[in-house]
Design a protein. Structure first.
Length: 132
């Protein structure tokens, strides 16, 4: 499945979860429910995947990615009232650490599902006149 199509499927599953559960639960409940929906859709995923961070040839830290879907999309899940820039930065840093190109920041804590698609590297939009 192509990344654009895959991220659409993931967002659809997240919307189903948010519609059913609403914003009142902790992140782990939403993660488990999203995993259930992804499984029903036949989408492979890993929860709480350990990731090592390397610097200058040594391991300097580790973190757990909330979910990695099909080995192609890293999910950072939140259950907060609103997303802030620090959440986006966290996702981009996780993408850099893993080498995964695409990530989704998904917030189940707001009254409507919030999500942002981020890439590890800057990509010029196809219809843009913007140049570096």
């Amino acid at each position: 499945m192509e990344e654009q199509e895959l991220t659409g499927e993931i967002i659809g599953c997240a919307m189903t979860v948010h519609s059913a559960l609403g914003p009142g639960f902790v992140e782990s409940i939403h993660r488990n429910a999203l995993g259930h929906e992804l499984g029903k859709a036949g989408i492979q995923f890993e929860c709480l995947k350990p990731i090592l961070v390397h610097y200058d040839g040594v391991i300097v830290g580790k973190f757990e990615a909330d979910m990695v879907v099909e080995g192609k999309v890293l999910l950072e899940l939140k259950a907060v009232q609103t997303l802030v820039t620090a959440h986006e930065t966290q996702l981009v840093n996780y993408l850099a650490a893993t080498g995964i190109e695409i990530g989704l920041l998904i917030n189940f804590g707001a009254s409507s599902l919030q999500f942002k698609r981020k890439t590890r590297l800057f990509r010029k939009p196809p219809d843009s006149d913007f140049t570096l």
